[in-house]
Ligand binder design. Sequence first.
Ligand code: SAH
Length: 276
Amino acid sequence: MSASKATPPRRFPAALDTLRGARRDDGGADSRSLLRPQRHLHEAALDAARTQVPSGLGLDSAQVRARLVQRLRESGIGCEPVLDAIAAVERHRFVDSALATQAYEDTSLPIGHGQTISKPSVVARMLELAFGGEQARRRGTLGRVLEIGTGCGYQTALLARLARLVVSIERLRPLHERARANLAPQRGGDVRLVYGDGRLGHPPWAPYDTVIAAAGGESLPAAWLEQMALGGRLVAPMHDAASGGQVLCVVDRDEQGHVHRHHEAVHFVPLKSGRE
Ligand code: SAH
C-alpha cells in the first residue's frame, strides 16, 4: 500500500501545510486555526473533557459509587434523590487523574488554586438539607438553584439532576473553565456557569428556590437572601461567633421573612470578593 511506503523525514523549514492544525480533517478548521489566539485554551478545555482516567482501577464501575452510597446511608443520609445522584455522577472525572483512586473515599481533595472539592458526606448533607425546604419537599425538586463556588463542577453535576435550572458562579477563571470542560460530557440538566463574584448572587434568573454555597464568610451576603423565592431555602457555611468556627447555616424564606437556623460545624474555604 502506498501509505506504508517510507517517506523521508521533513527538514526545516517545514512547509505550512505540514504543520499540525493545517491538515485537520474535521471539516471546520483550516490553516487559519493556527492563528487563533484562543486555540490553546479551547484545546485545553477539550483535553480536560477527555481526561484519561487510569484504566483497570474499576472507577468506571457503578459498584464503586454504590459502595460510597452505602456508606453515606450508614452515616445517616436518607434522601433518596440525593443518593441516586451520587450513585450516578462519576466523581473521579472531576478531580486530577492522580487523585482519581481516592475519588470514592469520603475525603475532600485539592482541585488547584488553593481550593478543594468537599467530601461526599458534606455535599450529601448540604443537598439533603436543601431538599428539606418547603418548596423542595412539596415539588420533589430543588427547582431553580443558585450555587456559589462552582469549583470543579462536581456538586453542580449533582444539582443538575436534582433541579430544573442550576446557575453556578465561580470567581476563579481557571476553575470556571475547568468546570465547563468537566460538565460538557454530562448529560441532562439545565446548567448556566457564570464567571463572577457570587456574593452578588445572579439577579437575571432570580428568584431562586435553592441557594447553596461552597464557601463561607463572616455573614450571609444580602443578595442571597434577597434573591430567594418564597418557600425557598438557603444552605451555606458561615462564621459562627459563639464557637469562633464555621457552621452550616439554613435559612427559609416565608411570608413573614427569613428564618435562620444553625447546624453542625463545618470547614469550607473562605468566601472571597471580586474575581480573578
Ligand atoms: N462544590 C465545589 C467545591 C468548590 S470549593 C466542587 O464540587 O468542586 C469552593 C469554591 O468557591 C472555590 O472554587 C472558590 O474559588 C469559590 N469561591 C469563593 N468565593 C467565591 C465568590 N465570592 N464567588 C464565587 N465563587 C467563590
